[in-house]
Design a protein around this ligand. Structure first.
Ligand code: ATP
Length: 894
């Protein structure tokens, strides 16, 4: 190991592709076992973490100033300037206050949303499989150092620059580096010195993507020293994207502002020409009107709702990669889910073995007698050997027994062999592997070529249909007999009908001198050794989650690479499909689009489906107007994930390729998490609707109070400055409360939202209108009644303002439940924020009414307690009215 790591400084510039393998390990002071842990730590300190530095965030001042880019804020600022020119300093001050508070809220909220996105990126930080001290570890890619041995497989993002020491069928897409979109076949041989990057086929570069095969490479450069690091130098900054809804809201605010300005102008002209009002006073009133009517807080509140949604989903193990997915989740009408690992535990265990006709061994194998059996049955011994050698999982002896690592289908085979008294390590050492055709979902089989004492031997394992296509005999090496296809067919059916995943194992002698496997032509003379059936129990929470989705009007479809009968059996246990209809990949292949459309309507279980067929399924469903969420984990699933409305990747077993194509990642690979995410997605949409239902009528009410007085040429019940105050306090503070509203308990009992429906339904418009009018009527009534009874103008206005705010508070309460009554568990529990914010608003109102400096600023006077009483009673009417409206419309719905 190096005395001084200084000598590594020259690493990246060395022409590694031209170094023969024998020189690579010594040059990097590493070995086929990998670095040991302490050396790796020393190097990590020296080279620093394997990541690109973050792009700096813009200066906070710049971010703050960016808030002033919104049209609404500009309208406000313009009004502020005009009032200042007119010398109306109080108005100017209040307007500037409104602007400042809005900009601040926007600034803070943006920061929060950005933090949420950053945190999510950390949760998704890439991992690498590394060999250190002879053991294979999963490490954050950040910890890689030069000299580390990295294992690659299809779907991995290459974590650092590697000189390959092994490559089997390894193909890498180097588009991020070279722009070339076709994958390059890699190899481990030494190459000529003068070669451009794109032709260094024994190198794998950071940020490129393995699309096929497996490989192993030694790290030669990390972080900024890697090729990609030298080009880009920095990570892209996290951006909070605009979602369709936010865009819609922006558009809506803009149209609304234009409309309000037009109305204001009309009123200005009208008041001036018809009533001959003082232009200056009129102008101030109209500015108040514009400010009151414009829902400044709306975009900010909606962004906060989305950010909270992201956090809530993350807490429930659903990580959102693309913000718009939150909205789409709420509209999902079909979920297409994988089976293995998502609906099931992916904890495979061999339950049955079927050998040749005369030996049918059933499960209760794992006792001492069974070990005797292995010794007596050469057929069983060879099947177990095939399972050990044709297998990429690792077995290492541990304190008590063995630790197994790798694909559960493969660890199950090792576990079986160990249970039956075999020693996988010893057997592997006795028959070293010469070549490998790795397992790929589309090929559905895996072949190895192993050395053995009596000539080289090939082993094959895979889906029974594929293996049956190749085999010509049954038995074991040295004792073959004619293949009885009908027998095996029946055995496959019988295992599958119990929901088992099935592997068939086979072997043949290699040709003399054969050192490689021909992937195109595996050759003749394969002998079928037998079948194994593995149980992969359904996840406990999967069945109930499927039922919840179905109750929520969402169709659940299972799309699996497994056998049709296995899929049907598992589907039946989980409540997916009718326990009969299954569509298989090769049947699907011959359907035209119309016939497929018909099938996807009827069938919920799809078996032996290839990734390309997944894409067709998504398209067929979408053509019928479905909003489709689709899960996937393999490198070939990326296209289907992109095409789906919500692509969902697995956080644990999924490949980097799938994760990067997905909108959402399941941290726990669990189907139930999808249903939770949909629930939260629906909650988010609810909260946005609630916010609109609150902010729009209150703003309309505030504006209408002024419009009415101006049009009728009467005393203003509320002065322009006062209206600014109400607006600043209510739409921002109270509206914010709804952002924290928990998801309603009944969201999963409703059908999915129509994705084409407009944000504001007819009944919502009706609500906005009547609440607006009610607020005006109540406020105006208080004002004129007090004026009539000789209370004085300032007193009447103070009462009017407080009545308006009380109305808004009483309106906030029922809005918290969208459809049902707020009493159904919602009123007191759930959202402490709303009570806190209501308390805050009340404190503001008391200061506004009783605190001398505020009285001076807003021309308010202290109110008599008795007046508070009847004002409160009057304002509470809105609560009962809205609850009644919900009750009546609820009757209609049922
Ligand atoms: P799901 O879609 O339910 O998650 P899957 O896509 O994981 O299923 P595959 O992994 O493609 O399904 O497996 C398809 C078939 O290939 C299995 O039924 C099995 O017979 C076979 N198979 C699975 N894993 C291996 C393996 N490691 N080696 C050989 N054959 C395998």
């Amino acid at each position: 190991m190096p005395e001084s790591p200084e000598q590594f400084k020259a690493l990246p510039s060395q022409p590694w592709h031209a170094e023969p393998l024998e020189r690579i390990y010594p040059a990097l002071q590493s070995g086929p076992e990998g670095l040991d842990e302490s050396e790796a730590q020393t190097r990590l300190r020296h080279f620093g973490p394997n990541r690109l530095p973050e792009a700096p965030r813009p200066h906070p001042l710049r971010r703050f100033l960016a808030q002033f880019k919104s049209v609404l804020i500009l309208v406000l600022l313009a009004s502020g300037i005009i009032t200042a020119m007119l010398g109306e300093w109080i108005e100017t001050g209040v307007i500037l206050g409104v602007v400042l508070i809005n900009a601040l809220i926007g600034f803070v909220q943006e920061g929060k949303a950005e933090e949420a996105m950053l945190a999510l990126r950390d949760m998704l930080s890439p991992q690498a499989r590394v060999q250190r001290g002879g053991r294979i570890l999963n490490l954050p890619a950040e910890q890689l150092v030069p000299g580390d041995l990295v294992l690659l497989q299809a779907g991995d993002r290459v974590p650092a620059d590697l000189r390959l020491v092994e490559a089997r069928d390894l193909q890498i897409n180097e588009a991020p580096l070279t722009g070339e979109s076709l994958p390059v076949l890699k190899q481990a041989d030494t190459l000529a010195m003068e070669l451009p990057l794109a032709e260094r086929r024994n190198m794998a570069f950071a940020a490129t993507l393995a699309t096929r095969g497996v490989g192993k490479g030694i790290v030669i450069a990390t972080g900024l020293q890697s090729e990609i690091g030298r080009i880009s130098g920095m990570l892209a900054r996290v951006q909070v994207p605009r979602t369709p809804l936010l865009k819609q809201m922006d558009h809506f605010s803009r149209v609304l502002s234009a409309g309000i300005l037009a109305i204001s102008l009309a009123i200005l002209l009208f008041g001036w020409s018809v009533h001959g009002q003082d232009p200056r006073e009129l102008f101030m009133a109209v500015i108040g009107l514009a400010v009151a009517a414009i829902p400044e807080g709306l975009p900010a509140v909606i962004t906060i709702i989305l950010a909270i949604g992201v956090q809530r989903m993350a807490r429930r193990q659903a990580i959102i990669r693309q913000l718009p997915a939150i909205e789409t989740l709420g509209a999902v009408s079909v979920i297409c889910t994988d089976k293995t690992g998502t609906l099931t535990q992916n904890a495979m265990r061999v339950e049955e073995i079927v050998l040749g006709r005369e030996e049918l061994l059933l499960a209760e194998l794992r006792d001492e007698e069974a070990q005797l059996l292995v010794r007596r049955s050469p057929a069983l011994a060879e099947l177990l050997l095939a399972g050990i050698l044709c297998n990429d999982a690792e077995a290492a002896p541990a304190n008590e027994g063995w630790t197994l690592e790798g694909d559960p289908t493969e660890t199950a085979l090792l576990e079986l062999a160990i249970d039956l008294g075999l020693d996988p390590q010893g057997l592997r050492a006795a028959s070293p592997r010469l070549d490998l055709l790795p397992f790929e979902s589309d090929r559905q089989l895996m072949i190895t070529l192993n050395q053995s004492s009596h000539g080289n031997q090939l082993f094959l394992k895979g889906a029974p249909e594929r293996v049956m296509d190749l085999v010509e005999a049954q038995g074991f090496s040295g004792s073959q007999e004619t293949l009885d296809r009908a027998f095996w067919q029946a055995q496959v059916m019988s295992l599958a009908s119990r929901g088992y995943r099935i592997l068939a194992l086979a072997t043949r002698a290699a040709e003399i001198g054969q050192g490689h496997i021909d992937g195109q032509d595996p050759g003749k003379g394969w002998i079928l050794l037998g079948l194994v059936g593995m149980e992969d129990p359904p996840r406990m929470e999967a069945g109930p989650a499927v039922a919840r989705c179905q109750a929520a009007g969402i169709r659940v479809k299972m799309i699996t690479g497994d056998h049709a009968v296995t899929a049907r059996a598992i589907g039946a246990r989980l409540g997916i499909g009718d326990g009969e209809k299954v569509l298989e990949g090769n049947a699907l292949e011959v359907l035209d689009d119309r016939a497929l459309a018909e099938q996807v309507r009827r069938v919920d279980v799809f078996a032996r489906i290839s990734p390309e067929q997944k894409l067709r399924l998504v398209e067929a469903l979408q053509a019928q107007g479905a909003v489709v969420a689709m899960t996937g984990d393999g490198v070939n699933d990326a296209a289907a994930l992109r095409r789906a409305n919500v692509g969902i990747a697995m956080g644990r077993k999924g490949t980097d390729a799938a994760r990067e194509a997905a909108e959402m990642v399941l941290a726990d690979d669990n189907f139930a998490t999808i249903s939770h995410a949909i629930e939260e997605g629906r909650g988010v949409y609810d909260n946005i609707q609630k916010t609109l239902l609150f902010i729009l009528p209150t703003n309309a009410g505030q504006a209408l109070v002024l419009i009415l007085a101006l049009v009728l040429g009467m005393q203003l019940p509320i002065t322009p400055v006062q209206i600014l105050w109400v607006n600043m306090i209510t739409s921002v503070t109270l509206g914010l409360a709804l952002a924290f509203e928990p998801t309603e308990p009944d969201v999963m009992q409703r059908p999915p939202r129509d994705p084409n429906a407009s944000l504001l339904s007819g009944s919502m418009l009706f609500r906005i209108l009547y609440i607006g009018l009610l607020l005006v009527a109540g406020t105006a009534a208080v004002f004129y009644w007090l004026l009539q009874s000789g209370a004085g103008l300032d007193y009447a206005r103070t009462a009017a303002v407080n009545t308006l705010v009380l109305f808004e508070i009483f309106y906030l309460l029922p809005v918290r439940a969208l459809h049902g009554s707020v009493w159904q568990g919602h009123m007191l529990k759930g959202n402490p924020w709303s009570w806190g914010l209501i308390g805050l608003v009340l404190i503001f109102q008391i200061l506004f009414t009783y605190w001398p400096p505020m009285q001076a600023l807003f021309a308010t006077v202290a109110l008599r307690p008795a007046d508070w009483l009847w004002m409160t009673l009057l304002a509470s009417s809105v609560f009962w009215l809205v609850e009644m409206e919900k009750f009546v419309s609820g009757l209609g719905r049922d």
